[in-house]
Design a protein around this ligand. Structure first.
Ligand code: COA
Length: 133
């Protein structure tokens, strides 16, 4: 059976850290859908079209990765994609608390969808979109 995972985020902009997580996710899952959240509350620096286009360019050569935008609830998007898994990257212990809350909330809304954490490669542990901006 082929497994689809979604890798959601704001990607304002995509970083090498995100790319690394996504490529490593393909060792575990057959297909990864990158979900670009519109995230209006974060007031992104790059608009949704720019963020989407950057991701499409980065992953243009990889047919196991597709890029889609979404708004609203993450679990609704996961169901739309027929995804069994949500991938999140962990860079440091400081990411943990927020990520556990997010995973817990998503599990209570959609118990059939699992959150899987992948740890960032050491060399990208301090990379973030705001630092890149
Ligand atoms: N490498 C580099 N940076 C990384 C990274 C990695 N591997 N993993 C995370 N980050 C950074 C991002 O660059 C970003 O940095 P910034 O704060 O400097 O901009 C930060 O971590 C967090 O960004 P991101 O991973 O994009 O998460 P987010 O918090 O912006 O978005 C969503 C998370 C979109 C998944 C979440 O808001 C969501 O689910 N939204 C939909 C609404 C919903 O369903 N809500 C109910 C669920 S509780």
């Amino acid at each position: 059976m082929s497994t689809t995972a979604i890798y959601p985020g704001t990607y304002d902009p995509v970083t090498r850290g995100h790319i690394d997580i996504c490529q490593r996710a393909l060792k575990v899952f057959d297909h990864v859908v990158i979900g670009v959240a519109d995230s209006p509350a974060k007031q992104p620096f790059f608009d949704i079209d720019e963020r989407f286009d950057m991701l499409e360019t980065v992953f243009a050569d990889n047919d196991q990765i597709s890029v889609r935008r979404f708004s609203g609830l993450l679990i609704d998007f996961a169901r739309e994609c027929d995804a069994e898994v949500i991938i999140r990257g962990l860079r440091a212990i400081s990411d943990f608390e927020y990520e556990v809350q997010l995973a817990g909330m998503n599990r209570s809304l959609a118990p059939e969808i699992e959150t899987v954490f992948l740890t960032a490669a050491q060399r990208y542990a301090f990379v973030s979109s705001s630092l890149v901006r």
